[in-house]
Write a protein that binds this ligand. Structure first.
Ligand SMILES: C[S@@+](CC[C@H](N)C(=O)[O-])C[C@H]1O[C@@H](n2cnc3c(N)ncnc32)[C@H](O)[C@@H]1O
Length: 255
């Protein structure tokens, strides 16, 4: 079991990131890698990085970040956000596809690749993982966030959508049909197998939002710091980890 550091330690040298139930566990894991490489300006690639929620704080911490995203609107918002934060010089926004990174990023050049909330929406997750691995230098690390299987079934059932819960449970990809916005969901074993199949060594698996989506909003708003500490305390511990809305895997390309 990998225990995570608390909220204040998670902030560390990263002055920018807002810690929320969506981000605190991921920043806590990334913080370790950034501390391990302290003093270096890392080459970071954020595939499907959207509007730069991770890219901008990483650039603010001195790293050079390329965001490859399919959406021009998301990249425009990223560019504005980077300019407002004064880090435009360290953020490169590239429109492109996650499974065709070779023409956009020098193969074997990336220290840290992020791929958050992307593998559940792309056509071919195996191809995207292969492209991530090719972009990484040997010894480089990958931060991968995927939608969780069990949480999707439980939330539909708890909201009374028993037919959708049953459809999700029965489908091998945990996909509920044409109206489902996600094409697939993962558990720790299937996500780990996807990354291992691409040649990555999985170092840790954590749950993100174990409790946040289950408790009343008033409890979240009333004591956000205690909720974050609870999320950090439960994130590495099955069965709590496996009930999380998302699973975060930290993996490495062997040196
Ligand atoms: C749910 S958002 C996640 C954004 C960000 N990574 C985060 O965690 O907040 C998914 C992002 O992936 C991008 N995307 C979807 N398919 C893609 C693909 N095949 N290649 C690159 N980006 C893609 C979308 O444009 C969107 O910005």
């Amino acid at each position: 079991m990998t225990s995570l550091v608390g909220v204040e330690q998670t902030r560390g040298a990263l002055t920018g990131p807002q810690l929320t139930p969506r981000t605190a566990v991921v920043w806590s894991v990334l913080r370790r890698e950034l501390d391990r490489r302290a003093g270096e300006s890392l080459t970071v690639l954020d595939v499907g990085g959207g509007t730069g929620g991770f890219a901008v704080p990483l650039a603010d911490a001195g790293h050079r970040v390329t965001v490859v995203d399919a959406s021009p609107d998301a990249l425009a918002a990223l560019t504005r956000r980077a300019a407002e934060a004064g880090v435009a010089g360290r953020v490169r926004a590239v429109q492109g596809d996650g499974d065709a990174l070779a023409g956009l990023v020098e193969p074997g050049s990336v220290d840290l690749v992020l791929c958050h909330a992307v593998l559940e929406v792309v056509d071919d997750p195996t191809a995207v993982v292969g492209a991530l691995v090719d972009a990484l230098r040997p010894g480089g690390a990958a931060s991968v966030l995927v939608a969780g299987r069990a949480a999707a079934v439980l939330s539909r059932a708890m909201n009374g959508h028993l037919d959708v819960a049953a459809a999700l449970l029965a489908d091998p990809d945990t996909h509920a049909g044409p109206r489902d916005t996600l094409r697939r969901r993962y558990d720790a074993a299937s996500a780990g197998a996807l990354l291992a199949g691409g040649g990555l060594t999985v170092e840790s698996v954590h749950g993100v939002r174990v409790f946040a989506d289950l408790i009343p909003a008033v409890a979240v708003d009333g004591d956000p710091t205690t909720l974050l500490e609870l999320e950090l305390a439960a994130a590495a511990r099955p069965p709590y980890r496996d009930l999380a809305a998302q699973l975060h895997l930290f993996a490495r390309r062997p040196a």
